[in-house]
Design a protein. Sequence first.
Length: 216
Amino acid sequence: MADESAPRDETEQVLAAEQDERRRIALFLHDGPVQSLAGVALMLDAGLDFMRRGNVDQAAAVVEKAMSRTRLTIGELRDLSFNLEPVVLRDHGFVMAVNALAQNRGIEHGIHVDVDATLAEILGERSQAALYQIVREAFEGAIRRGPPKNFSVRIVKTANDALEATITDDAPGERRKRSIEVLEERARTLHAALTVEQADDGTTMRLVLPTYAGSE
């Protein structure tokens, strides 16, 4: 009789990872943008009170601070939206999305990013989104450990026509066990096998996607 517990365990792990992600986003929104917007509302109340009392200069100063904080909050929300699933991924595909990530984070930290992933375009929309999240989390993990000087993403076809994605960085230190587990859980949503090789001079990840992932 087939063992039905393994698929159930994998599903539970993926659901747990998704719940962790939702919890992280909820905490970020509560502690970041929500608190910031609450502060903006208080500033605007104060500015309005100054205007009613004829203190135009004080009102203007408060409104300027409120505008500055609002712009900062917009930036935080834009970054969150980009990290969850950038519009460029939906409109222009996987390669453009990874290149946009490289420009956004790579330039910020002085990282040389090399992307050779045209073959990922044969994947379906959901598979591309899942693979993008793996690349993004691998990139962010390398930045936390380093940041690295170099980061690369290469996708080739294997002898049996599967896709093999190789993600490398030269950031020092080992990845945390939990971060690898999250990547493994994401790989399972692609029905893919993930291997991680860690060394003093960086990390290499290999993700082998079955051919049928292209239709998902």
